[in-house]
Design a binder for this molecule. Structure first.
Ligand code: GLC
Ligand code: GLC
Length: 815
């Protein structure tokens, strides 16, 4: 069953009924000002950091799930009836409800008794505000008198404090109203130099800024007293809960349309010009007034919207494909690339499943997210790499997370996740291959953001690898520390106390637990480092050092990390196997099968083939590949959080989608195009659109998890949007199945596609050159012949064209 449809032409998902199984959301903004918006206008906004600079309030664990929001109320002044054109919060019976989630904007429209209302929400490029562009049309045969009420609830900046510290917060709220603009300035008088503003293009008939006055005693957002009686209270918030609401009366003749613009924004003043007049406690508004004036003008708003569309055309235009499969095309060309930008921007900080008040920018997460975005935003990727590296410790280890606003490592979580630093090598390698910008390796980067501690980025990479080599366990495999990629495999924790965090509780002293996954990741990273070192003049170690380290680790994996038919997962703190047929439960895990094969381990001796066959046989389901089998049916003290989840969910035998593309890549490396694409389609959101009542999350983006066969809700997705699944699926389909792969030497073309595809076409912009690629299948295999601008060339890497040439025609024959 579907709740809408894809409009590929306009690059929108169109939701045609408001009662989706969960709020289906979108993101506004991609620079500094961000908003989450659901299909019924729920969600919230923030500047840079969803915790420390929250602009609007979201009430956690609320019902319905997606309230507060950006709510508009309409009231028929002749009858007193009122409704919300976005359905929530009044949930009146609307006609023609439609929500169009597009790239960086959302349009929600509906009709009610002949009054059509449509609101376009977006954040213009380059400015810190959101625009709500409301268009009202009277389709009635008679004149109509409407009242329009806007509403948002301000958050008192630190969203965590806002949700907990009531004894203080209920007394701090302050606002100003000037020329119809509502300014939220709580704590501005003391240490803040930022404020929020909520403006409207029309002359006001009233306003409210105190929530409980606007709503009335004992009422919720579904029936505000101000709306019901058709008149604002002009309330001024002193303490309690500051909000913003404008009231505008609109008379519409039959057939008449009217547009009203609302702006919600964030602004900072220079610390020495906070007040106007100086010495007063009033906000200096001179700095923000021109901005407000600019965007209250309809033509400027339309132009800003066109600029936003052009921006996305440019980003998505870097790679466009035309294959025989609609789901591949739609995800690669539009939604997967778009989700990659969202994960690149927000890591795991703010979604409807990530609260915005707990996790910041994850070290491993963001290094992986970068893999899916570097071709679209290379300059921002460069900066991200440098920011991440600056949270490394001198040991080469890394802070597990940093706070987006300060870019400082998060002390509460600290470090000790022993896979973390290796991911930096993969992201830097991806950056180098994409851009050819070797200068990044010479950038001075501090450790723990400590001035004076800088070394080159190249040395950071060297220390990342050394960190692993200095932490090997009894079998010569890397020590796992608090956890590796699988945050819930906590082999040194032994937690039997309910309130302890599994990841950061005191690690058992002298923990010897080892990870085969980290070994695979290390081999892959060391091979990249070997190649990187070849091109570095001031080397710390010769390339051979890394080649040898990779070779040695590979030998250890083959000796101690192989279980007979598949790769082992780990050794626990007692040196016993994890992910082995010898175990009580959890015989086989997906992660090492993917990563060891990706690292090239077992390619020659048939073990890679065996491992992937075991995945197909034991882990693959119609809804994707589960993380391990059999699921843990009870809590195992020595395994940690993984066995705390009920069977079939999350890391305990859920379909943890992030790992699926590793298997797709591994299958492609072995030349199995059918298998790779089959795995791909099973979790492809568009391919699952028809079972939306089962899947429940948005059909246009990946979710972190789909419940596995051990769960009663097998096939149900959870935790959509902010997941490494997005970047890795993009890498798997574009670089390994379609085979369009940046390499140090040039663009490599090595498709491994299903054998019934006659071929495909693609356009790829790479290092400033546009490649027009046509792939034609003439045989069932994966052997590539390349004709570049009419000339056959040897190998499968297109040499970079001479300076000045910006278009290259590539014909690929597959047989
Ligand atoms: C979450 C974390 C990620 C981790 C994964 C598996 O997605 O953000 O860092 O690798 O879970 O546990
Ligand atoms: C929980 C989640 C896991 C996440 C971890 C770290 O354990 O299940 O996916 O990575 O928290 O925040």
């Amino acid at each position: 069953m579907k709740y809408g449809y894809f409009d590929d032409q306009r690059r929108e998902y169109v939701i045609s009924r408001p009662d989706t199984p969960l709020p289906w959301i979108n993101y506004l903004g991609s620079e500094a000002y961000f908003g989450l918006i659901s299909n019924t206008a729920g969600g919230y906004s923030f500047y840079r950091d969803a915790r420390l600079r929250r602009i609007t309030r979201y009430r956690y664990n609320n019902v319905p799930l997606d309230c507060g929001g950006r709510y508009i109320y309409l009231r028929d002044n002749d009858t007193g009836e009122f409704w919300s054109p976005s359905w929530q919060p009044t949930r009146c019976r609307l006609e023609n409800y439609v929500c169009r989630h597009g790239l960086g904007y959302t349009i929600i429209g509906s009709s009610y008794q002949g009054i059509e209302a449509q609101t376009r929400y977006f954040v213009p490029l380059g400015d810190n505000l959101e625009i709500w562009q409301l268009t009202l049309t009277n389709h009635r045969p008679r004149p109509t008198h409407l009242s329009v009420f806007s509403s948002i609830e301000f958050c008192l900046w630190d969203a965590h404090d806002d949700a907990t510290n009531f004894q203080r917060n209920l007394s701090t709220g302050e606002v100003e109203i000037e020329e119809g603009v509502i300014y939220h300035k709580t704590e501005y008088r003391e240490r803040r130099n930022h404020f929020a503003f909520f403006a409207c293009s029309e002359d006001l008939d009233g306003f409210d800024t105190q929530r409980d006055v606007f709503l009335g005693p004992y009422r919720g957002w579904d029936s505000p007293l101000a709306v019901e009686r058709g008149c604002s209270f002009n309330s001024i918030a002193h303490g309690w809960a500051p909000m913003g609401s404008h009231h505008i009366q609109v008379a519409l003749a039959p057939g008449e349309s009217r547009q009203i613009i609302f702006l919600l924004g964030y602004h900072e003043n220079p610390p020495d010009q906070k007040f106007d007049p100086p010495g007063s406690q009033r906000i200096n508004k001179q700095t923000v007034k021109p901005l407000i004036a600019r965007y209250l003008d309809k033509d400027n708003v339309d132009a800003a919207f066109e600029a936003l569309r052009a921006h996305w055309d440019r980003l998505l235009g870097v790679l466009q494909v035309d294959t025989p499969d609609v789901h591949t095309n739609r995800m690669v060309n539009i939604w997967n690339a778009y989700q990659n930008m969202v994960t690149f921007n927000l890591s795991r900080s703010a979604s409807f499943f990530e609260s915005g008040i707990s996790r910041g920018i994850g070290f491993r997460d963001s290094n992986q997210d970068l893999l899916g975005a570097v071709h679209m935003v290379p300059a921002r990727a460069r900066q991200r790499i440098l920011d991440l590296a600056a949270t490394q410790l001198e040991t080469g280890g890394a802070y597990h997370q940093y706070q987006p606003l300060t870019k400082r490592g998060n002390d509460e979580i600290g470090s000790g996740f022993n896979d973390d630093s290796l991911w930096l090598v993969l992201s830097v390698a991806a950056y180098l291959k994409e851009t050819g910008d070797w200068s990044i390796l010479d950038e001075p980067v501090a450790y723990e953001n400590r001035p004076g501690s800088e070394t080159s980025l190249y040395e950071h990479l060297e220390r990342s690898l050394r960190y692993t080599l200095e932490r090997l366990g009894p079998h010569g495999l890397p020590l796992i520390g608090r956890a590796d990629w699988n945050d819930c495999l906590n082999l040194n924790t032994f937690s039997d106390t309910p309130d302890e965090p599994f990841q950061t509780a005191t690690t058992r002293k002298g923990g010897v637990a080892e990870s085969v996954f980290i070994a695979g990741l290390f081999v892959l990273a060391a091979k990249e480092m070997e190649r990187i070192s070849e091109s570095v003049s001031r080397r710390i170690r010769d390339p051979q050092f890394y080649a040898e380290a990779a070779r040695r680790m590979e030998a250890v994996v083959l000796e101690h990390g192989w279980d007979g038919e598949w790769f082992l997962r780990a050794y626990d703190a007692f040196g016993r196997k994890v992910g082995s047929r010898e175990c009580e439960e959890g015989h086989i895990f997906v992660e090492p099968q993917g990563f060891c094969v990706m690292a090239g381990i077992g390619l020659e001796d048939g073990r890679a083939e065996q491992a992937l066959a075991a995945v197909r046989e034991r882990l693959a389901t119609p809804h994707g590949i589960v993380l391990q089998q059999p699921a843990y049916s009870r809590y195992y003290l020595h395994l940690g959080e993984i066995s705390s989840y009920p069977p079939g969910y999350k890391e305990n035998a859920g379909i943890f989608c992030h790992t699926n593309p590793w298997i797709m890549i591994a299958e492609a490396m072995l030349g199995h195009g059918n298998q790779a694409h089959d795995h791909y389609l099973r979790i492809n959101p568009s391919a699952r659109e028809g079972i939306s009542e089962v899947h429940r999350c948005e059909p246009y983006v990946y979710a972190q998890m789909i419940a596995g066969p051990d769960a009663p809700t097998h096939g149900e997705a959870k935790n959509s949007w902010l997941t490494g699944t997005a970047a890795w699926n993009y890498v798997a389909i574009t670089q390994w199945m379609l085979g369009i792969r940046p390499s140090y030497e040039g663009l490599q073309i090595a498709p491994v596609i299903p054998d019934d595809w006659p071929g495909f076409k693609a356009t790829r912009v790479f290092r400033g050159v546009t490649y027009h690629i046509t792939v034609e299948r003439v045989g069932a295999g994966n052997t590539v012949s390349l004709i570049v601008d009419g000339q056959p060339i040897a190998g499968n890497i297109i040499p970079l064209p001479p300076e000045g040439q910006t278009e290259v025609r590539v014909e690929v024959v597959l047989k």
